[in-house]
Write a protein that binds this ligand. Sequence first.
Ligand code: ADP
Ligand code: MG
Length: 528
Amino acid sequence: MTEEQNKTTVLRKTQPEPLLEVRNITKRFPGVLALDDVSLKFMQGEVHAVVGENGAGKSTLMKIMAGAYIADSGEILLQGKKVSFSHPQEAHEQGVSIIYQEFNLLPERTVAQNIYLGREPSKFGVIDIRALNKKALTVLKELGADEMISPTALCNTLSVAEQQIVEIAKAISFDSKVLIMDEPTAALTLVEVRILNALVSRLKTRGMALIFISHRLVEVFDIADKITVLKDGQLVGTELAKDVNAEKIVHMMVGRILDHYFPPLGKKEDFGEVVLRVNNCSNHFLKNINLELRKGEVLGIAGLQGSGRTELAQALFGVMPFKTGTMEINGKTRTVKAPSTAIKYSMGFMTEDRKAEGLLPKQPIRDNMLLTVRSMQSILGNIFNDGIRKSRKMVPTLAKQVDVRTDNYDREVQFLSGGNQQKVALSKWLASNADIFIFDEPTRGIDVEAKASIHDLIRGLTKKGIAVLMISSELPEIIGMSDRILVMWDGSIAGELPAKSTESDVMLLATGHETNNHSNKNDEAGKE
Ligand code: ADP
Ligand code: MG
């Protein structure tokens, strides 16, 4: 060994080489500088979170590292060697895998077929199913997920979390060194997030570099060793997670301290009469639901995934109606067997799944905003005499009310950011003059600043006397927004908590425990 070589070896030992490195990456899209001279290092055995507001450039950077996009300039080094991936498959084969928020699994194929798609073992020219399943089982075992997921299960029968594990299994089967996950927890429950975290720790000890994009800072702090913040395509900085707190990171993300993250709660005098009363209502899933919603309040509905939160919203809105019990809306006993009836009785429903239920992604913003007005016109007859032309005039006013930022209402909704899509979804209900609003996960998957503005909008509604029932799986949101909290468990309401209860009060009830802080209306009703 020459002296020169010796020196490099020593250097390497003291300063470990990044597994993956990007240098001076710039990427421009028409009208946007998505990445501006970004340089970053990703180390072996490290979980590196990349955070930033919507549009910060996170996904673009990940796609460049995974070969889905090509940078305009800059270089990528994999284990110190310059690489250029012209296709995701190439990146995959060299050990860089990416899992997108929208999965790429084939729903009608099995777990094993998906993991080894295009690489199936064959015997005499045909796919050897037995060997395929066996290989898949080995990979699932490596992840400790073999008891949870069978290689022969069809992917369309799996939960979001399970599908994610299949994606990870696929990456492992390629012997990936670098695994990139773009918002992996956005659709997961707390329990599933824990499973994912355990899996990530396992991969970390295998010496992989894990790159993790998330909006949820709590989770970022749970899992990440390093946190990088991007803003408007530029690198703001990289910090060791143990050296910073959420406030600092948020400050880096938005360039200011969000001291007003949640608007002030309602005051007693803001709450009016009961506008929605549910008496001993049940259906195939929900058991003996009792609740009261008052004018001007935000009633938070908490609970783990599967506890019946969404089912409750769907029952109230007539999507999956109650079978027994009675409901009073604005003082009158009403039967709601279909959403059209709920709309008629002035209810609005913002669904969890903006894409599938709330909005028509390929339709213009304008039409989406007027969706409910138009369906009301067909239900109620043409309440606006000159109809559609007049309602079109409402669009700029609505956009202003919800602060949708666009210069062109004819743009398709799909091209808006998540936060702006949510605002469009909200505006279509504002246009309908509903006075009871049900929000199911109003801010899931949207960035910190858009979240804050949705929260302000919700509080703005209650100030106008609108009653809000807000379902959320995010505890800070439940606690930060609710004037009262109902916690669901196993299809029923486990108890009620006052405003400003703690996360652990909520969690205790949500997991079927008792707390000292709650009153259980349903128990009382049962005793009567
Ligand atoms: P993030 O993942 O941080 O939300 P993205 O990387 O998706 O941000 O987007 C960064 C910027 O680049 C945004 O302004 C976005 O609109 C734009 N952009 C991303 N992908 C494309 C594309 N395929 N075509 C045009 N613009 C894009
Ligand atoms: Mg993204």
